[in-house]
Design a protein around this ligand. Sequence first.
Ligand code: ADQ
Length: 462
Amino acid sequence: MTGRLICASNRTGSTRAASGGLAVALSAALKERGGIWFGWNGETVEEGESTGEPDVTEEGNVRLVAGPLTHHEFENYYLGYANSVLWPICHHRLDHVSFRRDYVDDYRRVNRRFAHQLGPLVREGDLVWVHDYHLIPLGAELRAQGIGARMGFFLHIPFPPPDILMAMPEHEWLIRSLFSYDLIGFQTNGDRMNFLHYVTEQAGGKVGSGNKVCAFGREVEVRAFPIGIDVEGFKQMTQTPEARRIIRRMRQRNLGRSQIIGVDRLDYSKGLPERYKAFQQLLERYPENQGRVVLMQIAQPTREAVDAYSDLRQEMEWLSGAINGQFGDFEWTPIRNIHRSVGRDTLAALFAASRVGLVTPLRDGMNLVAKEYAAAQDEEEPGVLVLSRFAGAAEMMDAALLVNPYNMEEVANAMQRALHMPAEERRERHQGLMRVIEETDVSIWAEAFLSALEHTPPPRQE
Ligand code: ADQ
């Protein structure tokens, strides 16, 4: 008998109009088991205003429970601790970290408030699944309320090596709070090993059999669950009339030219300036590409209230302007720099119409764009994926051309190789990628996590 599923994530979605892999997978798992999706509704309220009880919306057997943050919480919990401490630490960017006592205090306070709202809704036999770095202490706060249900946590971003983690004043508190869960999931085996190194070397923990780890007086199961996309759904998106129209138009416009595509949130972890410089090297080192290759970069702005993000946007605009000025002519603009979100079917069409998928983050938990690009390719005439070794996706997707994103010469050479790769090699590599993508389909990922959580030792009486 499976219990209800209680998901907690920074942002909630709707089970009716879920778009994007994770929302689709969570919606499917929630509908199958019935349950609750808890989180922030994306709104902020004035300081004096109470955040009150969260809004409750019933969608069949799923209840969405979502409320606002105050401006202060948004500043200190969301932009502050989550995105100016944990995000840069986990992406190895100590240069972007801003440690402040009030950030961590508010992070803890918001997680406690969430636990007070969610705790009373959890019933015996439920499975609680907490997502990502915003909510690490939620499990411990729920336990403090006497919740004994099985609880799992999945980290969507990388887990850093101990030396970097230990730059955080409160590293021990944070890792101790992870031991309130029964199952901890990471994207890759590399992340899992970083976690185990910290636990054994810094917290006196012991690794037992069957992925069990003991520390802080508790035993948890620690495993890698590489996340994927809704493969069939994404493939179908390249077949909609709108997608076919875009692909046709794009091919006509690029007649005789090859398109390289990059799609990312505008984030310093994605290696965007380095990518532009690598493209500049492609044009310099292999001048036959001048006039014949276009880089289309779609970078949707996020977290613009954090300085590092607005600086990055300026840097990209400056770089693309400089490269277009250096090489462009009346008929050819080398880089098309687009700063907005585009629809899923447009995205699928852009991938399908691009000869090279350029996915070169400096560090990434997994990177779903790599999987989407490969899934959108025509199997007879596929394009080539150039993928950073530092994306979690590289651990399994070794049929891509793997590159060091800091080494722009290497990335330029890989682009050149991709542009000229014979069809047979492209097909072979594409088949290799599709095997991995299908094995890690997002529904398989969600089921694997939930089934492992269900098989953890029985819930305790708190
Ligand atoms: P992200 O850092 O957001 O996710 P990613 O895995 O690439 O990175 O997912 C981004 C998603 O947003 C993709 O589905 C992509 O198509 C979409 N997207 C990006 N730019 C877009 C745009 N301009 N318009 C429309 N859609 C756009 C975090 C971690 C990753 C991890 C995922 C899932 O940082 O490492 O893979 O969670 O666990």
